[in-house]
Structures are given as structure tokens and as C-alpha cells.
Design a protein around this ligand. Structure first.
Ligand SMILES: NC(=O)c1ccc[n+]([C@@H]2O[C@H](COP(=O)([O-])OP(=O)(O)OC[C@H]3O[C@@H](n4cnc5c(N)ncnc54)[C@H](OP(=O)(O)O)[C@@H]3O)[C@@H](O)[C@H]2O)c1
Length: 314
């Protein structure tokens, strides 16, 4: 197996360019995360992407501890959930307790919007200008660095305009923005703004959760040329553009293959990069998009350049 490439975060920390996505598709799947992480550690994974919202930090942490691999050789990312924006310190301490792993390598704000319990006992999503704003939440995350128990902080699901709005308020520039990214949604505008500020990008759902990309003709052609799987083409295409990937798999063979990054020729890169230009192909492959909103904010409020159904306008 080729060695896993390592990228540099803007604070000097190194991050393995391939990690294991630990979202099991629903919170009921959390117990399976333990077995998945055990298999992944055996396959050579050293970077794990979980979140408080996945409700499996305990299983991920237990697998890592039981592996006996030194803590310093493992990179753990977790995320502050939307209902935790007003209680960043408490949420962080809870994650640390669940993971039971001494420190967290990378803590992300999972989404820019908060979720707050109203006086009537019903939860609501504050507008971008209502407290707790993502700027307030970020300032609370910056304070956590003083504890020494989190090495790096970053954001997730931030569109390019939100990065631009956040930067002037930062004492610490985010080290990472985790976003949906794959050949149907290359996210060039967000990657460009992140590069401008030295923010690395992690691609979530880098396989687009399966069928559309795995069945794509161009991806299959390139896979055949390189004698690799379609998934390896998607992951290698991203890593070759300095994008970190966190594919999820519970299957031993797919876990091993996904870790094996190969080199695409310039011509193969161009072919994969052109997939989104085909009619109807430039789009999110997730089911978040309900009437132009994602978890209570419009695409515009998120700074996402998308139509109401998750397709990207020309
Ligand atoms: N920050 C955020 O808001 C956010 C949002 C979504 C996801 N994420 C993170 O990103 C991670 C990955 O995203 P995802 O789970 O949505 O989707 P994904 O990694 O794009 O796709 C996972 C799906 O692809 C299958 N698969 C894995 N390897 C394969 C291969 N080599 N060939 C064919 N199929 C393969 C998996 O099935 P098997 O398990 O059966 O192999 C699973 O059904 C998540 O686990 C989570 O950590 C973050």
C-alpha cells in the first residue's frame, strides 16, 4: 500500500489526507462504529472523523484506545453540534469525556447555524444575525485552544461568503473547512477562498454516498485505466488537489482500497473534473435540501451557491 499522504494545517499540525468517516447513516448505527473503527485501524487508518451529533464518540474512542496504537499517531476530529453553540466549553468537555482520548486533534463547528430551546420549550434555529451567531461560537472555540486539550479548530459547511464574513473576527484563522465535495460538486469557489486564507478543505461524502459516482462512466473508465476502483478515482482526484477525504466504509476490502491513493494523469484529472459540466450533474448528492433550506437556513444564508433542490446553477 502507498503511504497515506499527510497535509499541513495552518497551525503546523499534520493531518493524514485520508481519514475514516464515522457517520453511520443514522444514530441507531452507532454501535457498529466500534467494529468499523477496529477494522479500519487494522487496515492502517490513523485519522477518524466523528461528531457529537453522530452519537458514536464513545465507540470510536474505545476502538482507538483498545488498538494500543500510541495516541500521538492518531488524528481525531469531532464537531460541536448545532444545539451546543451556546455551550461550546460544555460540549467540548462532553466530547472529550465520550472519546476518552486525552485531547482532540481537530474540533469543528459542525454547521454555522445554532439550534436553541425557546421559552416555550420548542427548539428553533436563530437567523444568521441572532445569537449565538457563528462568530460568537467561533470566539468561544478559540478560547478552547488555551486548555491544550484541542490542537486545532475549524468549521464545516461554511460557504465562501461565510468564510469571508468570519475572517475579520478571528484571532485564530480556522485550520479547516469540512464540506461536501466530489466530482459532481467540486466546490471551487469555497476551495479558492479557503486557499486564500490558508484553510485546508476536507471533503465529506467524497464518494457521494455511492451509486451516482460509483456508476459514472468517466469514473469507471479512469478506474479501468489505472486498475483501481471507482472509489479510489474519486478519492485520489480530491487528494491530488490537496483536499483531505473522509470516506466511510464498514467493508474490509473497501476500507483497504479507499486508503490507497493513486496518481491520476493531468488528462485523467481533467476528465474527472469535467463530470459536473455534463447536463444535470452539477449538484449535491445529499438529501439535506428541503425547499431550499438545510437545517433551517437557506442556501443563501449558508453561502451555498445552489438552487432550491441542491443543483448548482450555470
Ligand atoms: N460535516 C458534515 O456535515 C458531514 C456531513 C456528511 C458526512 N460527513 C462525514 O463524511 C463521512 C463520509 O461521508 P458519507 O458517509 O456521507 O458518504 P461517503 O463516504 O461518500 O459514502 C459512504 C457510502 O459509500 C459506500 N462505500 C464506501 N467505500 C466504497 C467503495 N470503495 N466502493 C463502493 N462503495 C463504497 C459505503 O458503504 P459500505 O460501508 O458498505 O462500504 C457507504 O454506503 C461521514 O461518515 C462523516 O464522517 C460530514
Amino acid at each position: 500500500m502507498a503511504p497515506i499522504p499527510q497535509f499541513d494545517l495552518n497551525d503546523g499540525t499534520k493531518i493524514p489526507a485520508v481519514g475514516l468517516g464515522c457517520w453511520m447513516g443514522n444514530v441507531e448505527g452507532a454501535p457498529r462504529a466500534y467494529e468499523m473503527c477496529i477494522k479500519a485501524l487494522k487496515a492502517g487508518y490513523r485519522h477518524f472523523d466523528t461528531a457529537s451529533g453522530y452519537e458514536n464518540e464513545k465507540e470510536v474512542g474505545r476502538a482507538i484506545r483498545e488498538s494500543g496504537i500510541p495516541r500521538k499517531d492518531i488524528f481525531i476530529t469531532t464537531k460541536i453540534p448545532n444545539p451546543g453553540h451556546h455551550n461550546v466549553k460544555g460540549e467540548f468537555e462532553q466530547s472529550l469525556k465520550e472519546l476518552d482520548c486525552e485531547y482532540i486533534d481537530l474540533l469543528l463547528m459542525h454547521w454555522p447555524m445554532a439550534n436553541v430551546m425557546g421559552p416555550d420549550g420548542v427548539n428553533f434555529v436563530p437567523r444568521p444575525d441572532e445569537s449565538p451567531t457563528y462568530i460568537e461560537t467561533w470566539k468561544d472555540m478559540e478560547k478552547l485552544l488555551e486548555t491544550g486539550k484541542v490542537k486545532s479548530i475549524g468549521v464545516s459547511n461554511f460557504g465562501a461568503p461565510l468564510i469571508e464574513k468570519l475572517i475579520p473576527h478571528c484571532k485564530v484563522i480556522p485550520s479547516n473547512n469540512q464540506i461536501e465535495c466530489h466530482p459532481c460538486l467540486p466546490q471551487k469557489d469555497i476551495r479558492d477562498v479557503c486557499a486564500k486564507y490558508g484553510i485546508t478543505v476536507t471533503a465529506y461524502s467524497p464518494l457521494g454516498r455511492g451509486p451516482v459516482l460509483m456508476g459514472n462512466e468517466t469514473i469507471n473508465e479512469v478506474a479501468k485505466e489505472l486498475n483501481v476502483t471507482p472509489a479510489q478515482v474519486c478519492l485520489s482526484w480530491a487528494v491530488q488537489q490537496n483536499v483531505i477525504v473522509v470516506p466511510k466504509s464498514e467493508n474490509k476490502d473497501r476500507l483497504a482500497a479507499n486508503l490507497n491513493i493513486v496518481t491520476l494523469s493531468a488528462e485523467q484529472m481533467e476528465r474527472v473534473s469535467s463530470i459536473h459540466k455534463e447536463p444535470g450533474m452539477h449538484k449535491s448528492l445529499l438529501k439535506y435540501h428541503v425547499d431550499g433550506e438545510v437545517f433551517g437556513w437557506t442556501h443563501e444564508q449558508l453561502g451555498w451557491n445552489m438552487s432550491s433542490d441542491g443543483t448548482v446553477p450555470k
